[in-house]
Design a protein around this ligand. Structure first.
Ligand code: SAM
Length: 277
């Protein structure tokens, strides 16, 4: 696997960006906290089907943001969930949300730490399920170290589950989603200034720099396999969770797809990999 390159201050730049966006996100329609307080569950159908029954299991959520997904797994019966994110404001918001929903720290704990420091930062040595994704790996420069960290935190017989936006989506033009416009094999970071957020493009923000990487699908699978996990499946999906390209149509299930009759490319992928018992 070839190495990604990027600026030394990627972590500080990204953390400042995410810290500032927590309050915007918790107040947004996109994350609709009042609906979440009612339903307590935002896990997408394909994730629920692929992860399976979590009743009684322990689950670690890497890059948990302010905890909606993490707490959803608790609602679905996980005995103990731990969320980790490097944004202190995100972790504070997650703890508040957990307390509001009546989950004590034994049931739902949240830790502020970089994903690469997860092994030292989380309260338990290992978990039945390590769950991550939905806009997570693109913030990380070193997939090998990420996969090793995740693998080290899985109980033997347990698994990693990753659901992500497909890297093919990063190379197509934003409007039609049909022109190959960007290089799939680029190694350099996208180091950009973009105000606002995906929840509110017009939001006034100060910390606008983001440093992100495109991880080809082969690199993700190879990193997970090299970390000693057995790939159970790699699924590619014809849908995504937001208006990635102007041409996509929102379906009744809330997911976005290419219009009928248009040749499709995968827009998301999901992977399950087990730690040998
Ligand atoms: C798009 S969100 C994760 C998606 C989550 N499912 C959601 O929408 O609520 C990405 C998260 O990654 C976190 N993050 C980015 N880089 C990180 C790092 N190096 N270590 C830990 N967390 C990181 C950010 O703070 C942010 O909360």
């Amino acid at each position: 696997m070839r190495k990604q390159t990027g600026p030394d201050d990627w972590r500080e730049a990204n953390r400042a960006r995410w810290d500032e966006r927590v309050a915007i996100h918790t107040a947004s329609d996109y994350y609709d906290q009042s609906a979440f307080r009612r339903t307590r569950d935002v896990i997408r159908d394909f994730e629920a089907a692929e992860v399976g029954d979590v009743t009684g299991r322990s689950l670690l959520h890497l890059q948990c943001h302010f905890g909606q997904d993490t707490l959803s797994w608790a609602h679905r019966g996980a005995a103990r969930v731990v969320g980790l994110d490097f944004s202190e404001p995100a972790i504070e918001a997650a703890r508040d949300l957990a307390a509001e929903l009546g989950y004590g720290p034994d049931r739902a704990a949240f830790v502020a730490a970089d994903v690469y420091d997860a092994a030292e930062a989380v309260p338990d040595t290992a978990y039945d399920i390590v769950y991550t994704g939905i806009g997570a790996v693109n913030w990380l420069p070193d997939l090998a170290a990420w996969a090793e960290t995740a693998a080290s935190l899985i109980t033997p017989g347990g698994f990693l589950y990753l659901a992500e936006f497909h890297p093919l989506g990063d190379v197509l033009d934003e409007t039609s989603g049909s022109q190959v416009t960007y290089d799939y094999f680029r190694r350099e970071a996208w180091d950009e200034e973009t105000p606002g957020s995906y929840t509110d493009f017009g939001a006034e923000t100060v910390h606008n720099r983001s440093v992100e990487w495109l991880h080809p699908l082969g690199d993700v699978v190879s990193a997970v396999a090299a970390a000693g996990l057995r790939i159970e499946f790699l699924h590619e999906h014809d849908m995504t969770l937001f208006q990635r390209f102007g041409v996509l149509r929102r379906g009744e299930d809330g997911c976005y797809r290419f219009p009928e009759g248009r040749p499709r490319v995968p827009l998301m992928y999901s992977l399950k990999a087990t730690k040998p018992a």
